[in-house]
Design a protein around this ligand. Structure first.
Ligand SMILES: Cc1cc2nc3c(=O)[nH]c(=O)nc-3n(C[C@H](O)[C@H](O)[C@H](O)COP(=O)(O)O)c2cc1C
Length: 483
């Protein structure tokens, strides 16, 4: 989005947000500065720091079942998974401006229940609620639910689109002072009744999207306000941004209607050399020897505990049919074979041990340098349309954001590309989004996109498949590797 600075220049403004990490492999768990990921003090400190830095929102991911590796709960998951809406409702009470973005699956929730939860959060927070819509791509998670491993791949986004449209109709059903009647029948839902809340301050809570497949991108272009993405390198960020902008046009929308936020980390130092040294140290703490072996096992499909993490890659070939060695984890690699080959080539070319390879291939993009250098390079991403903002994932919880807010935010402000105060009161306003559109308008955009010639649309996306190849691909099994 382009918010003009007070000096009247037309530089795009940097947006910032913070990811409270929870279950993850970025946190340096052994650091004595690290705190609980469940007790409220940690959430409160983190959120207040983000608000002090004038961030748009706090982001919480979601996992509906503890992951398992070789039949045991994945060691990172023993930290626990507090329930997202409850945490955000509590954070709402200790913050005033910060948006509250929670991840909820469209596959394992129901529209009435979730719309009511998010509507309530929007009321409680005076207009700061957001829903990151995910589809959950593994049947293992489904075992925690009545319907079990529920829904083939292609139906998950159909359900997600229908789910969000239904939620929007529920949010719209009442007036500013009362709830109202709703009725919706589709392939996925057959519901009717009274929605029990008046319209909430944002009308519709802000909708985020995080999937990356063509279906996921179209879902974002036709249904969402914000994308949380893993495209974090400058060039791939620019390509992703351009791809989404092209898709938006098909749905009658444009660039300023949707904000793109990659998830990134950062390491600061007084000099660049110091920051680089700190970063290398942090990466070694993030990837222990046993952690490196477990990571490789996920792709290799084999027990590799007999191998030395400081030695070369295993001489045995991966067992690609054993995708269930790790269960419950979302991964975006459809075919593990080229990945294994690329890792072998990389390790050989650079003479890397198992641990060194894992440090290299599992790295999240990190802005490393002095506060001025980090501000400069973040700003460069925004001006070059590789992103609209960043979701920061610090390696220490809850204190890891403080240094960024104290040292990098002023550098961004000095450059005239970061706000000095919150511009609005709702999350939608602070993100620079227009006020909410009625669901009927969203549907009209999706209908217009559906009328386009699918082959022409694919060609615009650089997808050269013929119609029959597309159908064959759609019929092929699509469960991603569960690592
Ligand atoms: C950056 C990013 C973050 C995600 N976070 C979550 C999450 O917290 N919980 C979850 O269940 N799925 C998460 N997902 C999974 C997706 O939302 C989606 O369900 C899955 O990737 C399948 O969609 P796709 O084929 O379009 O990628 C995330 C995906 C991405 C790219």
């Amino acid at each position: 989005m382009t918010t003009h600075t007070s000096s009247g220049d037309d530089r795009r403004q940097v947006h910032l947000a913070a990811h409270f990490p929870g279950v993850n492999n970025t946190t340096v768990w052994s650091d004595p500065a690290g705190g609980s990921h469940i007790e409220f003090d940690g959430f409160a400190h983190f959120a207040k720091t983000a608000e002090r830095g004038l961030f748009d929102f706090l982001f919480l991911a979601e996992g509906l079942r503890l992951r398992e590796h070789k039949g045991e709960v994945f060691d990172l998951d023993v930290v626990g998974r507090p329930e997202t809406a409850t945490v955000l409702a509590a954070v709402a009470q200790v913050t005033e401006h910060l948006g509250l973005a929670g991840t909820f699956s469209a596959t394992f929730n129901e529209p009435y229940d979730l719309a009511r939860k998010l509507g309530t959060l929007d009321h409680l927070s005076a207009g700061r609620a957001a829903w990151n819509v995910v589809t959950t791509n593994n049947a293992f998670t489904g075992a925690n639910f009545r319907r079990g491993g529920f829904l083939p791949y292609d139906d998950r986004y159909r359900r997600a689109i229908d789910f969000v449209a239904t939620a929007r109709r529920l949010w719209e059903s009442g007036t500013d002072s009362t709830g109202g009647a709703f009725s919706h029948t589709s392939d996925f839902f057959d519901i009717s009744g009274e929605y029990p809340l008046p319209r909430s301050p944002q009308g519709h809570p802000v909708i985020f999207q995080a999937g990356d497949s063509p279906d996921g991108r179209d879902f974002a272009a036709g249904t969402a306000d914000v994308i949380f993405t893993r495209h974090t390198e400058l060039d791939e960020g620019k390509a992703f941004y351009a791809d989404i902008t092209r898709r938006l046009a098909r749905f009658g929308r444009s660039e300023q209607d949707l904000k793109i936020f990659p998830g990134v980390s950062f390491v600061l130092g007084d000099t660049e050399a110091e920051a680089q040294e700190k970063s290398a140290h942090i990466r070694r703490q993030q990837v222990s020897g046993p952690g490196a072996i477990a990571f490789l096992e996920q792709l290799w499909g084999r027990d590799l505990t007999a191998y030395d993490p400081d030695g070369p890659l295993p001489d045995v070939d991966p067992d690609f049919d054993n995708a269930d060695i790790t269960r419950g984890r979302v991964r975006h690699v459809q075919d593990p074979r080229p990945v294994a080959q690329a890792w072998r080539d990389l390790a050989e070319a650079k003479g890397l041990s198992i641990r060194e390879l894992v440090i290299e291939v599992s790295a999240r993009h990190s802005f490393i340098g002095t506060p001025g250098q980090v501000a400069e390079s973040m700003n460069d991403y925004i001006q070059q349309r590789a992103a609209d903002g960043f979701i920061l994932v610090p390696h220490i919880t809850p204190g890891g954001l403080d240094e960024f807010v104290d040292r990098v935010v002023p550098e961004l402000q000095e450059r005239g590309v970061y706000r000095d105060a919150y511009p609005g009161t709702t999350l939608r306003e602070n993100l620079g989004l227009a006020s909410h559109r009625p669901e009927a308008d969203w549907q009209a955009g999706r209908d217009a996109a559906a009328e386009r010639d699918p082959a022409a649309a694919r060609a615009e996306d650089g997808d050269t498949r013929t119609g029959s190849e597309v159908r064959a691909d759609a019929d092929a099994p699509k469960e991603p590797v569960r690592v």
